[in-house]
Design a protein around this ligand. Sequence first.
Ligand SMILES: O=C(O)CCC(=O)C(=O)O
Length: 358
Amino acid sequence: MICPCDWPEPVIRVQSLSETNTTLIPDQYIKPPPDRPTLISSNPSNINIPLIDLEQLNNREQNVREETLQQISDACREWGFFQVINHGLKDELVDGVREIWREFFHESMDVKQKYANSPKTYEGYGSRLGLQKGAILDWSDYYFLHYLPYSIKDHNKWPDTPPSLREIVEEYSKEIVRLGRELLEIFSINLGLRSDYLQNMFGGDDVGACLRVNFYPKCPQPDLTLGLSSHSDPGGLTFLLPDENVNGLQVRRDQQWITVKPARHAIIVNIGDQLEVLSNAIYKSVEHRVIVNQSKERVSLAYFYNPKSDLLISPASELVTPERPSLYPSMTFDDYRLYIRTKGPQGKSQVESLKSQR
Ligand SMILES: O=C(O)CCC(=O)C(=O)O
């Protein structure tokens, strides 16, 4: 296995660049013209990802519950993305966790540098994904941490400034893991599988859960760059807490980029590549990217709920039929994620290339 131990070039903190008040971004952030965002959006403003009220799953009227299950099923098949409200996380927790991370990114560079990461595990304070020397970079910094499988060594890499950060992240993480389990059960039922099928395929109680907090500083030329290049998420499913004050997430749909308009206190859910594989492509892991803003910074939390990393993942046999043969070979998540860790975000190329290996 490749063990990359250091970055191929000196690391530049995008936040520091932004704080110089430069009017021109350096060449290594300028995307080739086809990848640049169109900031005057061509998508009609009424298009948005589906909004689902999870409370309706507990509605005493059976048809309301069924309708909600159907909405989730349609969203997983047709969009690969939806946002949920009444998800059980308190408003104060959702606002609090975002704001404590904003505070972290506004600590001095000396404080943040204590947590500088390396490509070996990516844990800590980082400014690039991928190891290709001379790559065009994204306009963002991030903090990446592991929650599960539990290890004191990993938890000690979480920031201890601001002082309440660890406690809030712990509480938020517990809630996300609860939500992950609940949604996997719903997805299993919707796919006609045993209700515990997907959770078991993810390793039962041994799932993986890790968080990337993205910080997108103000950018003087937002039309030339991206905060995060187009990618599909390599893992199981992602819970994204967006910045309610600044839009930025765009989801690819029918060759168009749809700018997501988050509902208040909503959490955005998206299908990752491992769920696309397990569902034999009935569920879609969809490309998305982030645009940046000239006058506002943006903070988002992407929580990845993943299969235990050494388990083989392949399409559920119940979903493989003569009409729909297995589309993907088996692979562990450990092997799979090496691709994004070395190449950086590259559209949907990885899961698509697996298909050709059949
Ligand atoms: O910042 C966002 O809205 C999206 C972040 C994301 O896609 C990621 O971290 O993988």
